[in-house]
Design a protein around this ligand. Sequence first.
Ligand SMILES: [Zn+2]
Length: 452
Amino acid sequence: MNSMSRRILVAALLLISVGFAPAARAQGNPPANSNATLFQNVRIFDGKTASLSAPSNVLINGKIIERISTGPIAADPGVTVIAGNGRTLMPGLIDAHWHAMLIRPNPAQAITGDVGYNNIAAGVEATDTLMRGFTTVRDVGGPVFGLKAAIDAGLIAGPRIYPSGAVITVTSGHGDFRQLSELPRTLGGMLSRMEQIGGSMVADSPDEVRVRVREQLMQGASQIKLTAGGGVSSPFSPIDVTTFTQAELLAAVEAAENWGTYVTVHAFTPAAIERAVAAGVKCIEHGFLMDEAAAKLMAEKGVWLSAQPLPEALRQGFPVGSVQRAKADEVWPGIARTYEFAKKYKIKTAWGTDVLFSQALAQKQGAILASLVRWYSPAEALAMATGTNADLLALSGKRSPYSGKLGIVEQGALADLLLVDGNPLENIDLIADPARNFKVIMKDGRVFKNAP
Ligand SMILES: [Zn+2]
């Protein structure tokens, strides 16, 4: 970088930091350490251990957890001191299956609605998501790159986003939301509306898959999402079908791995799971129709299961008699069975919600996490949504948009933290009411809520 461009960069960084500094700082006499926060007298859930720490003090410097001590830590002038009063300090929550662009609109608005409006709606929802204590989401499909950039630049409050960009699907697959009137598709022909906005891309050969994968990587995708089998909400993909061929899946995996990252696939059936695993796919979304053999295969190959305890209300939301309802009725009983397989075979299991097209359901994001107690202890559920989900995010390697450790409270990790009024390891329902129970929400060392 030459000195001119360095000066411009420094000036830009200064502008950004001044723009978002607290008012007191802009008025001159910046305190010695105004970038630091000290949590006093907190008990720590670190993101993996099943019990809280002894009363501790935690110093955040910049975006990093600098020091954790059971002894006193002196607060330099200017340090923001937060009295924990014995409350619980834990990592910010991570949702491993989220679609930031697809919460507020209905399906028609998501595809045909005004792009500017949809982005603003997604921005408002992203702020709500952060205020529910979700400091990171893995976005597994949708035109999310602009929203992510706006959040990272500090233009709007929201979670860290691990973007997949467009879902890649075959003609008629899950994610192909075209009408029959839009057929036939011509290779190299005009893009459909959902493709123009980057929501999903159709690919019908290994070559097309490579192009579409590389286009997502070029835009900053941290992982690649394909749909390997049928889905509930899409109109022309029966649940039982297997969509991409082995050669197409291999093309995707090769392109992603050349780029240092991985492919995750939407798959319900054993056939779709087995083909994906054989192609080197590292993570299966849902997996709800898996059988014993598919479960064993995933465990043996160390393939992740990204599962969601989908609420019953979601199934009932599909109109009785509709194709979608029939598919939902087939999939839902598999949810419990899949969690039981995951436990039995010790499959690496991530947690997510897959909320779609419902602001009301998004508000239950924490409650959906708490509902994992059907199969897991509160500590196991909370570890899944913090430390374990962070292990899945780490599969993005150097394509991770954020360097540093997430999902854990330890010295040197990124300071994404929640101060919870109570002990969520004893009462996980605290997570279901974030407005009341999350007293402090910090992301990247910045306090977004402080209401003790
Ligand atoms: Zn999804």
